[in-house]
Ligand binder design. Sequence first.
Ligand SMILES: Cc1ncc(COP(=O)(O)O)c(C=O)c1O
Length: 412
Amino acid sequence: MTITRDHCTTLDANDPLRHFRERYHLPKGKIYLDGNSLGLMAESVPARVTDAVTRQWAEDLITSWNRNNWFTMPRSIGNKIARLVGGGTDNVIVADTISINLFKLLTSALAMRRDRKIILSDTGNFPSDLYVAQGLNNFLADGHELKTVAPEDVIASITSDVAVVMVTEVDYRTARRHNMKALIAKAHTVGALVIWDLSHSAGAIPVDLLGDNADFAVGCTYKYINGGPGSQAFVFVHPRHHATAMPALVGWWGHENPFAFDLEWKAADGLVRQQCGTQAILSLVALDAALDEWADVDMLAMQKKSHSLCQTFIDLVEASCAKHRLKLAGPRNMAERGSHVSFQCDEGYAVMQALISKGVVGDFRAPDMIRFGFAPLYNTHVEVFEAAAMLAEILDKRLWDKPEFLTRKKVT
Ligand SMILES: Cc1ncc(COP(=O)(O)O)c(C=O)c1O
């Protein structure tokens, strides 16, 4: 069946999530397919941040730590995120970056498995995650090893010498999704722990951390959750590990009584000890406002819409760009994918620059992938239709073949 613009209009008219779009600021003349890198700003954010600056900071000043709940925001926001990832109550906290939180969780997990030296990951993992493990192993200088296998070989490679499996659920390039339940079950049968990176999952696909019996997780808030540039990451610790998980990176925010100013660190209860130091409050305020938009999102409707947007885009691109050498990355089965679509594409960097110049914003991931993120709360099927048509035109007319598109910028 040929997918027409009218068909896409009908799909959008019947979309149960269609009313969310108006809650976000959409830059004029742009089709924004990069919510998997930096999500749109919710319209409610500027007023909340202005209040935090002009009233809370300017007038209430230091009293805001109590009066405006600045000190407990990492926990209250964590509980809002928990709804999106099936984390329950008081098992999720926001703080720092994903990389820093991975360090905390890796050290917590390794200390719980001192007789084992292997951290198992895969070659599709985000490089920073691997760097954190490498840096930690170099520091420990105690025979720890980061073993990376192909993503499809992870489950079979979980042997009884593995201390911790550290994987990203949805591959940042291909969108391939690990089977969380099966992977955790296998790890637990051999006594290994699992740390999940949910950066490309949270706010894109339903996640059930407690239901799948996850040990630990981290995730990003500036992508699908729309928390804003550099907004804090989140950390999940299963309640069965609250008392035992002890990070190597500790500070006064994770002390049992920070304002006693003891000279000796004593762990706060449970998850709170995964905090280290003072957080950027203005970022937390923006994130808190962004999360309020998620309060009534039906996760199954979100997943259905994500599948529909991704499938429509794949079908349109494969039909209209058949004569060009584009190759879909990742599996075709939607249940095994996240909410972005990437194609291997010759001259992919220049093609993406040409698309951006025409108002279709996606990104490029080395070595050769053009990547398009579909945010279920605000992207539409008509946008998908227009983006695919623009891609075909750029390839057909070689509009990418210009010096200004071929020169690489610092951030791709
Ligand atoms: C899957 C994944 N993990 C980790 C990171 C790094 O996050 P951070 O810069 O917060 O450490 C990213 C960044 O985009 C990512 O996509």
